[in-house]
Design a protein around this ligand. Structure first.
Ligand SMILES: [Zn+2]
Length: 267
């Protein structure tokens, strides 16, 4: 069994776009397919240019998509991705998310997608465009098509008044990667993400100040035991704080890395 290759094509927050950064975009290559985590606005600009990605999708290079929640920096590229899949390559996206989030995604794109655009009368639903794989809080979902399992955290992350998920990816029951999604600093979530093994944890560090109720500040992650810090790879970083974060890592001798360090790592 071949490993999963991680590719990181973006690790900044949504306010960094105008300053040269790209929002979170992590891709896992497994068995010749891609599993893309989140669909920021640049997804259909960035991924098709990545000629070395091993994907069954010639146009989008997206075979499966995991969505953690419906903020724009995570889904702004979703509808253009669906257009490309449906009309560009006549294929269905494998969408992996919680059913509530799938419903919210449909609400967002419904106006443009609910009537067939060829015959202009047939009614369409989300499932006409995607094959939905539902994640449940606190449960592990086996995804045969990809040869992985996804264990979803038992509750919403502390990010917004609506659902936002965190998860671990497993192969044959063994965790290989954990992903925090957007969250304020949450020890119970970190315990879930880091529970066993030495696998990497991609954690957001999107807060501009300590104590935010929706994002984690880098200094909060520095309070964690060093064994956990050495497994942390930061994404969702404000580009204006990046220098500062790198400086703090140096000063404190922390083993924490930026998510770009995971590019091309095989897990
Ligand atoms: Zn976000």
């Amino acid at each position: 069994m071949k490993g999963i290759t991680i590719r990181t094509f973006g690790y900044h927050d949504m306010f960094s776009v105008g300053s040269g950064g790209l929002e979170n975009l992590t891709v896992l290559e497994v068995n010749g397919k891609t599993i893309v985590i989140e669909a920021p606005a640049h997804i259909t600009a960035t991924l098709p240019r990545m000629k070395t990605l091993r994907s069954e999708s010639e146009l989008t290079h997206v075979d499966a998509l995991i969505i953690t929640h419906v903020d724009a920096d995570h889904i702004a590229g979703f509808d253009s991705l669906i257009w490309h899949k449906v009309f560009g390559e006549n294929s269905k996206l494998l969408l992996i998310t919680h059913p509530e989030i799938a419903k919210q995604l449909w609400q967002r794109v419904r106006t443009a997608f609910e009537t067939d655009r060829i015959d202009m009368k047939t009614k369409r639903q989300l499932e006409d465009y995607v094959k939905l794989i539902e994640l449940e809080l606190g449960k592990t979902t086996k995804i045969e098509e990809l040869g992985i399992e996804i264990e979803t955290f038992k509750r919403s992350t502390k990010h917004a008044p609506f659902l936002s998920i965190a998860f671990c990816i497993l192969r044959n029951g063994v965790p290989v990667l954990a992903y925090s999604g957007d969250t304020s600093f949450d020890l119970e979530l970190i315990e879930f993400l880091a529970k066993k093994g030495e696998y990497p944890i991609i954690h957001e560090a999107g807060s501009y100040a300590v104590g935010s109720q929706s994002h984690t500040h880098f200094n909060e992650l520095l309070t964690l035991p060093v064994e956990i810090q050495k497994r942390l790879y930061l994404n969702h970083i404000p580009i204006t704080l990046e220098e500062n974060i790198l400086q703090r890592i140096k000063e404190t001798n922390s083993p924490i890395c930026i998510a770009s360090e995971l590019n091309n790592v095989i897990i």
